[in-house]
Ligand binder design. Structure first.
Ligand code: GTP
Ligand code: MG
Length: 568
């Protein structure tokens, strides 16, 4: 809020000025009645009346000003929090990212920020106004008619007690309403993302039911809250009206006795209403705050997650490195997992050579690749690139040298060219064509009317699995890195394309270190070394021939695939 101190100051000053003007109105009216009307002084009535109009207009102007600055502060604050959240989340380690989950992160940086922003706006407008009005009203009312003020001794505590009872009930409901909004968001998002699965498995009815339950739960709580809040007003009105009756009654007696004038009574009545109104405003505000508090807590939870992967203070710089990757006794486990996913992994992947990793599903192949660009930090041992521990380099330096093709091709909404630019910012059309050519993507890209300027929908929804994979390969190739990491990137390609791609790749990546994960033996046969990964441990390293001769697990993989092919 600090950057907005000046605007907040304006809000307070303008509110104060506006309230002074509003507080003046009943006093002016009292003069009209007690002096103007009593003496039949028409020019005086017109003069004071004009002043009243002027005050009222000025108060309106000031209120507009208050709203203007309050909105500026609240909206600006909301923008700042969203920005901070976004930047923070972008820098999260993946471990932290997995902990909260993308769905909740989205709700927190949109819906929750909006809640806080709205309440902030309300606090700025009402919560500065109400206390000032309350104090001003009491001072003016009491100084004008101390005798009548005893009525407040009855009315104010009564109102306070009623407000207390209602807010005691409403606050927990508001908090639970917020939680239920969350649940609703989660359900909607989940079933939208999984819409194809939901339909394919005939789960539409079940999803509807799941949604309806949450939706109705939300409605019921909403109705409860609204009933309570709706009862607030009639109760307040009863208190206010009885207070009015008491004031008029007592006032009439005092006027009859000659202790008081009619105008004074009218002014007092108005001050009394201002006091009670401001008390109501104050209580509404106090009820809203806990609602925002739930959101604040959720936002702070994200902000307080620290970035676990940090650049070193004195990063080492690699000069003329070729991209030698070494694993030395590396072990790793995912946050909260009991068992390590990888244990005591040691190997060297040399420049100009292809290292293939093969192993059954869940063996830890993808995890191993993710450790190289330091998407996660190792638990034990170390990973070196050109002899330097990856933790001693900046993340930018490591990743600039790596072309990573993840197992699940993830593309971004935008043109094909824009997606390739993720690989290299300033790639020209020539480079793009070359990369697409090697990735065996030229055919389908050029078939499109707009070529590389064809638009890709969110997550590549308008592309086939194989097309996405080829584009994601092209994205890695275009940066011409020292180290290529292919995570099962050829799985969606047919045997012929797979072979053609590897051949083209070989020609352009002859100096680079290639580490590829594969399921198919045919993809790995010509690799310089094959690592057989089994339950997170290395079961053997060697060439196809060597492993075929002496590695039981490799033999098993090979024979099972032969059987499969023969069967097909
Ligand atoms: P395939 O791609 O199916 O061939 O398997 P893989 O060898 O690539 O396995 P991967 O490295 O993805 O996973 C190895 C193990 O780690 C599995 O048992 C997973 O359950 C676990 N695992 C993978 N990703 C995560 C993650 O983000 N969090 C946690 N807690 N566990 C994970
Ligand atoms: Mg994998």
């Amino acid at each position: 809020m600090k950057p907005y101190s000046l605007q907040i100051f304006y809000v307070v000053i303008l509110t104060l000025a506006g309230i002074l003007l509003e507080l003046l109105l009943p006093t002016l009216m009292a003069s009209i009645v007690d002096i103007g009307i009593v003496n039949g002084d028409i020019p005086y009535i017109i003069k004071i009346g004009a002043w009243m109009i002027l005050c009222a207009l000025a108060a309106v102007g000031l209120t507009v000003g208050v709203s203007f600055f309050a909105s500026k502060v609240a909206q600006g604050f909301g923008r700042d929090v969203r920005k901070t959240l976004f930047v923070h989340v972008e820098n999260f380690s993946l471990q932290a990212f997995d902990k909260i989950g993308p769905a909740s992160l989205i709700t927190r940086s949109t819906n929750d920020v909006k809640q806080v922003q709205d309440v902030l706006n309300m606090i700025l407008r009402m919560m500065t106004r109400a206390p000032l009005m309350l104090i001003g009203g009491i001072i003016l009312a009491v100084s004008r008619e101390p005798g009548l003020s005893v009525i407040f001794l009855g009315a104010l505590p009564l109102l306070a007690i009623l407000i207390f009872i209602i807010s005691r009930k409403a606050i927990p409901l508001f908090v639970s309403l917020q939680k239920k909004t969350d649940k609703l968001n989660l359900l909607v998002r989940e079933s939208l993302i999984g819409v194809r699965v939901v339909r394919a498995f005939n789960r539409v009815q079940a999803e509807k039911k799941r949604f309806n339950t949450a939706n109705e739960d939300f409605r019921d709580t909403g109705i409860k809250v609204n009933k309570l809040m709706a009862s607030l007003f009639p109760i307040m009105m009863i208190v206010m009206n009885f207070t009015s009756i008491a004031i008029v009654w007592l006032g009439a007696i005092r006027i009859d006795q000659g202790h008081m004038q009619v105008g004074n009574l009218m002014a007092f009545l108005q001050y009394a209403m201002m006091i009670l109104m401001s008390l109501i405003m104050l209580s509404m505000g106090l009820i809203m705050i806990p609602r925002a508090q739930a959101s604040v807590k959720r936002i702070n939870e994200v902000l307080s997650m620290h970035q676990e992967i940090k650049d070193p203070d004195n990063p080492k710089v690699v000069k003329n490195g070729k991209g030698l990757v070494e694993f030395q006794n590396v072990s790793f486990r995912y946050e909260g997992a009991e068992k390590p996913v990888l244990q005591h992994i040691s190997f060297r992947a040399e420049p100009g050579k292809t290292t293939a990793i093969i192993g059954s599903t869940g063996a830890g192949k993808s995890t191993l690749l993710k450790l190289i660009p330091r998407l996660y930090d190792v638990e034990d041992g170390n990973i070196r690139i050109d002899g330097i521990d990856v933790r001693d380099m900046t993340q930018k330096q490591i990743r600039d040298r790596i072309g990573y093709v993840p197992q699940k091709a993830s593309l971004f909404s935008g043109t094909i060219a824009e997606n390739l630019n993720y690989g290299k910012k300033d790639a020209n059309e020539e480079e793009m064509k070359e990369a697409l050519e090697i990735a065996q993507a030229t055919d389908f890209v050029m078939k499109k009317d707009e070529g590389v300027h064809t638009f890709i929908e969110q997550a590549g929804a308008n592309l086939s699995g194989g097309q996405k994979q080829r584009l994601s390969i092209a994205r890695a190739l275009i940066r011409k890195p020292n180290i290529y990491l292919f995570d099962d990137s050829f799985s969606a390609l047919d045997y012929k394309t797979d072979a053609a791609l590897r051949k083209a790749l070989h020609a352009v990546t002859s100096d680079a270190t290639i580490i590829l994960v594969a399921q198919r033996v045919s993809t790995v046969v010509d690799a310089d070394q094959i690592i057989v990964l089994n339950e997170g441990k290395i079961a053997g390293i060697g060439t196809h021939k060597e492993l075929l001769a002496n590695n039981a697990i490799y033999q098993e993989i090979v024979s099972s695939q032969h059987a499969e092919e023969a069967g097909a």
